[in-house]
Design a protein around this ligand. Structure first.
Ligand code: ADP
Ligand code: MG
Ligand code: ZN
Length: 476
C-alpha cells in the first residue's frame, strides 16, 4: 500500500529575557539548584503573577516574523496538571485566546518549496527539572527553570516528510536566533520540538491516528525519530494492527521510539482563564512599533545576497545561516568589493578553521578588514593565490594583518619583469638540451621550464608572468 506521511510540529522556545515571565527571578542557566526561585514561581498561596512586558514583545516579534496575525486581546489560561516540577499544580499558558494565529513559513525540501501553516503562537511558563537518582530511590526537583518564559509555536499538519520537518525546524530556529529572542541551544533545551506524526493511504482524506514524539535534541534526531516512526506505523497498518494515540520517547542509542504515556485530551487539562492575570491588550501602535524594529530576516537576506552580490543561492544560504556570519561577510565585501571571491574565502578557509576549532564567527581571529586586505593583495598581484593560503592560515593562528605576515615571511610575489627575465635567461642558458628538444616540438618541456623558474624563485614568481615571459623567450 502507498502511504502519505502527515506531520505537525509543536516547538517550544525559551525567550532570552533576564527575568522570568511572572516574577523577577533570574533566568540564567546553570545556577545552583533552586537558587532562582521565589514565592511567585514556587506557587505559594496568596502571591500574584505580574506579566513581564519583554515576553510579550519577544513573542510578538516571532509572530510577525512568521506572518501571524496578532490578536488585539489575548488571555492567559491555567492548564491544570499535577507534577512536582510545577508546584502550583497548573501551568500558566494561553488557550482559547492565544497571542497570535494563522501564520506560515515557506520551506524548501526535496527540491520543492511549500507553505507550512502556523496555527498559533502563545506565551507560557516553563516547568522545573526533575532529576532522578540512579543509586537511591529518590528524585530531586530544581525549580530554577520554573517560570522561565516560553513561546509555543504550534504548526499545522502540513508537513509531508521527515526531511521537510527538519527543514521547517531549521527555518524556525534560524529566525528565533536572528531575532535574538532565543539562544536556540537544543542540547540545553532552549529550543525543543514535539513531533506529531500519522500516516494515511494515499488519496484518503481523513487523517490517521497520530503519535507524539518527544526527546529529540537535534534536527537530525527529529528527522531520524520521524523516519523510524513512519516505518513503525506502516508496519502496524500492513499487519492489520491498530495505531494507538500516545506519546513516545526517542531513544538515541537505540535509534527507536518507545511508548511513554497515553496522550491526554485537552479536556483533561481543565483549562480556564487565569483570574490572577488581566487580558493582554495589544493595540495597532504597539504592533507597528515591533514590526518597525524587526531586523532583516534570513530568507530576505538570502534573496538580497543573490541579487545584490550575484553569488549562487547555495553560497547565500551558507553565508546567511547565522546573523553574525552574514554581517562578517558583508563587512568583507564592503571593504574589498569582491563578493564572489570573498564568499569563497569565507566559506572555504575561514569556516573550515572555525569548524575545526568549534568556534563561532564571533570568535574569529581574522578581522574582516584583514581578510579584505588579503583579497586586495591577491588582486593587485602582490601575493599569489597559493601564497594567500599560507597567509590566511597564519592570520587565523596569530590574528596578524596580511601585510605583517607577508613582510615577516618574505612572501612577496615577484612581479618585476626585468628581474624575472634575468632568471629565465639563466635557466634557458643552463639547459641547452631541453631547449633544443622543446624547439624541436617537445611542447611538454614547457612545464619543465616553469618548474625550474619556480624552483629558482622559491615559488614566489607570479605564475602568469612566468608563463608569458617563458613563451616569449623560448621562442626567441
Ligand atoms: P494537542 O492539544 O494534543 O497538542 P493539537 O490538536 O493542538 O493537539 O495538535 C498538536 C499538533 O499535532 C499540531 O502541530 C498539529 O499540526 C499536529 N497534528 C494534529 N493531528 C495530526 C495528525 N493526524 N497527524 C499528524 N499531526 C497532527
Ligand atoms: Mg500539544
Ligand atoms: Zn520567581
Amino acid at each position: 500500500m502507498d502511504f502519505e506521511t502527515i506531520i505537525g510540529l509543536e516547538v517550544h522556545a525559551q525567550l532570552l529575557t533576564d527575568t522570568k515571565i511572572f516574577c523577577n527571578c533570574s533566568t540564567k542557566f546553570g545556577a545552583s539548584p533552586n537558587s532562582h526561585a521565589c514565592p511567585v514561581c514556587l506557587g505559594m498561596p496568596g502571591v500574584l503573577p505580574v506579566l513581564n512586558k519583554k515576553v510579550v514583545e519577544y513573542a510578538m516579534k516571532m509572530a510577525l516574523a512568521t506572518n501571524c496575525t496578532i490578536n488585539p486581546r489575548n488571555v492567559f489560561a491555567r492548564k491544570n496538571y499535577f507534577y512536582p516540577d510545577l508546584p502550583k499544580g497548573y501551568q500558566i499558558s494561553q488557550y482559547a485566546y492565544p497571542l497570535a494565529e494563522h501564520g506560515y513559513l515557506m520551506v524548501e525540501a526535496n527540491g520543492e518549496q511549500r507553505k507550512i501553516g502556523i496555527t498559533r503562537i502563545h506565551m507560557e511558563e516553563d516547568a522545573g527539572k526533575l532529576i532522578h537518582d540512579d543509586n537511591n530511590p529518590a528524585s530531586y526537583v530544581d525549580l530554577n527553570r520554573t517560570g522561565v518564559p516560553l513561546i509555543e509555536i504550534v504548526g499545522e499538519p502540513d508537513i509531508r516528510s521527515p526531511e521537510e520537518a527538519a527543514e521547517y525546524l531549521r527555518r524556525l530556529h534560524e529566525i528565533l536566533v536572528y531575532l535574538e529572542i532565543c539562544d536556540g541551544n537544543m542540547e540545553e533545551g532552549s529550543f525543543r520540538c514535539d513531533a506529531n506524526v500519522s500516516i494515511r493511504p494515499k488519496g484518503q482524506k481523513e487523517f490517521g491516528t497520530r503519535t507524539e514524539l518527544k526527546n529529540m535534541n537535534s534536527f537530525r534526531n527529529v528527522q531520524r525519530a520521524l523516519e523510524y516512526e513512519v516505518k513503525r506505523q506502516q508496519y502496524l497498518v500492513e499487519n492489520g494492527e491498530k495505531i494507538i494515540q500516545e506519546t513516545r520517547l526517542w531513544d538515541d542509542a537505540q535509534g527507536a521510539t518507545n511508548p511513554m504515556r497515553s496522550k491526554e485530551e485537552a479536556h483533561d487539562y481543565r483549562y480556564f482563564p487565569d483570574p490572577d492575570l488581566v487580558p493582554v491588550v495589544v493595540d495597532e501602535a504597539w504592533v507597528a512599533e515591533i514590526r518597525a524594529g524587526l531586523p532583516e530576516l534570513p530568507q530576505a537576506r538570502r534573496e538580497r545576497f543573490v541579487n545584490e552580490y550575484q553569488i549562487p543561492a547555495y553560497d547565500a544560504g551558507v553565508l546567511t545561516s547565522e546573523k553574525a556570519l552574514a554581517e562578517y561577510y558583508e563587512e568583507v565585501v564592503k571593504l574589498c568589493g569582491r563578493p564572489k571571491i570573498a564568499a569563497n574565502w569565507v566559506m572555504g578557509d575561514v569556516l573550515k578553521f572555525l569548524n575545526e576549532d568549534k568556534r563561532s564567527i564571533r570568535e574569529c581571529p581574522i578581522a574582516a578588514r584583514s581578510l579584505a586586505d588579503m583579497i586586495g593583495l591577491i588582486e593587485e598581484g602582490t601575493i599569489s593565490g597559493k601564497m594567500a593560503k599560507e597567509v590566511i592560515a597564519d592570520m587565523y593562528a596569530t590574528g596578524k594583518t596580511p601585510r605583517g605576515i607577508i613582510e615577516e615571511k618574505g612572501l612577496v610575489q615577484i612581479t618585476d619583469e626585468g628581474e624575472l627575465a634575468k632568471t629565465i635567461a639563466a635557466i634557458i642558458e643552463a639547459n641547452p638540451g631541453q631547449l633544443a628538444d622543446y624547439r624541436g616540438g617537445k611542447e611538454k618541456l614547457f612545464g619543465f621550464f616553469v618548474g625550474q623558474v619556480m624552483k629558482a624563485t622559491q615559488g614566489k614568481a607570479n605564475p602568469k608572468l612566468v608563463n608569458d615571459l617563458l613563451r616569449k623567450m623560448l621562442a626567441e
